[in-house]
Ligand binder design. Sequence first.
Ligand SMILES: [Zn+2]
Length: 449
Amino acid sequence: MKLKIIIRTIIVIFSLLISILFLKSSNETHDAECKNCSVILFTVDVLRVENLGIYEYPRNTSPNIDSFFKQGFIFYNAFSTSSHTLPSHVSIFTGNYPSTHKIMPRANMTLPHDQKTIAEIFKVYGYQTQSFHGDDSLDTKGAGFERGFDNVYNQSDNKPKIFDFLKSVKGKFFLSIYTEKLHDPYLSNITYENMFDKDYNGSIIGDYDKFVQLKKENNITDDFTQERLLFWSKVNKSDTKDVKHLIALYDSNIYQIDLFFGELIKYLDDRGFLNDTIIILTSDHGEQFNEHGDFLHTKLYDEIIHVPLLIYVPKTKQTVIKNQVSLVDLSPTILSLVGIVPPQNIDGRSLKFLMGNPNVEDKNQVIYSEFAFQRAIRTPEWKFIKTVNGTVSYEFFDLRNDPKELINLYGKNVNEESLFKQALEGWEVKMNSSYVNVKFLNSTFIGYP
Ligand SMILES: [Zn+2]
């Protein structure tokens, strides 16, 4: 028994060491590539992996996404580098963890110019680069989202501009399309408001027009924090009917995003773009609906960091990838798929080798996720979370027997947990990672952009 524990311990140490030593290594094959192809990166803010049909959600939230990516690469175990929009997005754009790029909310930091965004790299290689996002988080100065783009469109409805661009474009292009439509407050068009919860008769106002009226009655203008507080003031968080309705509203918004996605794909297909365009759908983080006694996206539990990652590469067949990967790997993966060598000095690595050999056992499946007051290290088997917010606390989960992270084993599996603690704290030192205290407003994260 003792020998068994020692052997198991040696195996865990060995895989953690391998992951740290060979963080940037890759074994690329050339099975999945599309040299000089155009690229569309479609990012849906706050999209949980489990609420999409293609990931076996029983509700029909995403028929167009499901049908299109049936011919794509489906990553089942992709994780975001953070629970928050800004740090996670900058990781997607740079291939660096938040501790490297240092972009955190309200930190007033500027992305260092030696960290190149994917748009800047595409620009160097002669791509036309366009960013379409709403009047939203990606407008944040200093985070570098505008870098490398020929044009940045930030109207609330960018659809006409997207189709205008596609109508006239000649040559290769990189489009970043980002939507915040899924973010709370979960307001929906009246046509779709009750599509997944017809019998609801509680106090939540999910209809956009009724909510505008409520804002008028409460003298609230377009202040995002005030709007969110007003929406949540009508929610009884301990009432399961209200929680169910929040999820139904969220799902109806996925359905509406999916309608636009379907329209975009049809347009691309009709004009022959699907022969030479790579299309990626992902999210910066998920959302919690009371799974761990809370809402929104404040922690590093899986319902928040487990995200969809779907990649269409022309002339390839459906490929399911179950290896655990991080979105820090997305930008080097996209670059290598079109034949551009990714920067060598970044935290992420290209996943092209996995796309060509989906059944290969990847030795480097350790990923990290971080936000102001939390850090997490995750392997396919275990997850260790450290929280520093006034006091220090730890959580340790056996994901094989407890995938929903409900039983904190910290203090019970001393051998394994000490290895994970050492690995996480070693990583913090290597990354020069520092914790930030966060003040919560109204017991939620509202007010912290
Ligand atoms: Zn976000």
